[in-house]
Design a protein around this ligand. Structure first.
Ligand code: IPM
Ligand code: MG
Length: 388
């Protein structure tokens, strides 16, 4: 006996989801162009420490940024603003992915430096609130998740453009248990959402002398949503005749990334949300692990910069947070600098990071008391910059 009432109830919820998504399409259509930081009297940088080791490593990244921007902070051109309350305790208390007061503060900033935040899982002591990252990406419409992976000695220089607001994540926490036995999740694609991420990837390639952009989908199977992504990619590629555009399916792409002969050839990779999530962890692993990677979440009005790893609560429980490696957050900080127009300072920071973590390594982090503290490492980094 098919329970028609259950189907009706599911249809109703599905209808609501579609309404929300169509509204989002209208909002995207109404959106203006990217903000121009040069035209602002003051750039406000919001800093959220997050959970676990977040406050410790974010604090060190902030120190380094404040050091690099000291003149413009003094003149008032740049203002750092600490935003409290993006913590799992507060989120649990208010049963919100981002407490409304925190969101209001975030919206007063132009760019945000964000430490890792705890994403509750089933069985955790916390209510199963949506991930703060995902919520922030949606609330601030940060549609481009840009994740660079560079391993110069192996000839690897990849930039991933992961779509950040749609796909499996758009309504990831709003799937429907139709009956006790049947559950359905949804994946979402829109013309506007797809065009803007693909265009951003090509524009980045064009501006940075890259000669190839690769799309990654599973359009042979997921025909509607991935199919649209791939079709849009092929259309937009025609506007960039000097750039080679090719496409791969996600399964073979994960294999190609471990193929040392072929992987060097990839340059810019653009992909739907979930594939981007998965493949950027794989890619970061070659570079030395997710702890080494920073991530930029860019929208037209706001941008947020974060590490791609989690909050490592065990390190805090064992009292080791002061020894946590702050490089991922510092790299996120370098991306922030470049994004708001401080390219000289960003380059200095990247250069110093190479010296401190690869060529010179006078201060070594081990994640425990056998190595230096994150503060000591940040001191070393600033000294290195001073002497560049
Ligand atoms: C990432 C993370 C997040 C994601 C989690 C923490 C919600 O894995 O930034 O890649 O799935 O996007
Ligand atoms: Mg991830």
């Amino acid at each position: 006996m098919i329970a028609m009432d259950k189907i009706e109830a599911a249809k109703e919820r599905f209808g609501k989801l579609l309404e929300e998504q169509l509204l989002r399409v209208e909002e995207m259509k109404a959106q203006g162009d990217f903000i121009n930081y040069k035209e602002l009297d003051q750039i406000i940088v919001g800093v959220c420490g997050g959970d676990g080791i977040g406050p410790a490593i974010t604090g060190q990244a902030q120190r380094v940024l404040e050091y690099l921007l000291k003149d413009d902070i003094k003149s008032g051109k740049v203002l750092f603003k600490t935003i409290e309350g993006l913590t799992i305790e507060r989120r649990a208390e208010e049963n919100a992915a981002i407490p409304p007061a925190v969101l209001a503060e975030l919206k007063e900033c132009h760019v945000i430096l964000k430490g890792p935040t705890t994403t509750p899982r089933k069985g955790d002591p916390w209510p199963n609130v949506e991930s703060a990252n995902v919520a922030m990406r949606k609330e601030l419409d940060l549609f481009a998740n840009v994740r660079p992976v560079r391993i110069p000695e192996q000839g690897i220089d990849w930039t991933f453009y992961r779509e950040n607001t749609e796909g499996a994540y758009a309504v990831g926490s709003k799937g429907i248990h139709v009956s006790e036995d049947l559950g359905v999740d949804f994946t979402v694609v829109t013309s506007q959402g797809t065009e803007r991420i693909i265009r951003a990837a090509f524009e980045f390639a064009k501006a940075n002398g890259k000669t190839r952009v690769t799309a990654v989908t599973k359009a042979n199977i997921i025909k509607t949503t991935d199919g649209k992504f791939l079709d849009t990619f092929k259309e937009i590629a025609k506007e960039y005749p000097d750039i080679t555009a090719d496409d791969w399916y996600i399964d073979i792409m994960t294999a190609k990334l471990v193929d040392e002969k072929r992987r060097k050839d990839f340059q810019v990779v653009v992909l739907p949300n979930l594939y981007g999530d998965i493949i950027t962890d794989e890619a970061a692993e070659f570079q030395g692990g997710v702890g080494t990677a920073g991530s930029a979440n860019i929208g037209k009005r706001y941008a947020m910069f974060e590490a791609i790893h989690g909050s490592a609560p065990r390190m805090v429980q064992e009292g080791r947070d002061i020894y946590a490696d702050p490089c991922s957050m510092i790299r996120a900080g370098a991306m922030l600098l470049a994004h708001i127009g401080y390219t000289k300072e960003a380059d200095k920071l990247y250069h110093a990071l190479d010296i401190c973590t690869i060529t010179e390594k006078k201060v070594v982090l081990t994640g425990r008391d056998t190595g230096a503290t994150s503060a000591k490492f940040a001191d070393y980094l600033m000294e290195t910059i001073e002497n560049l």
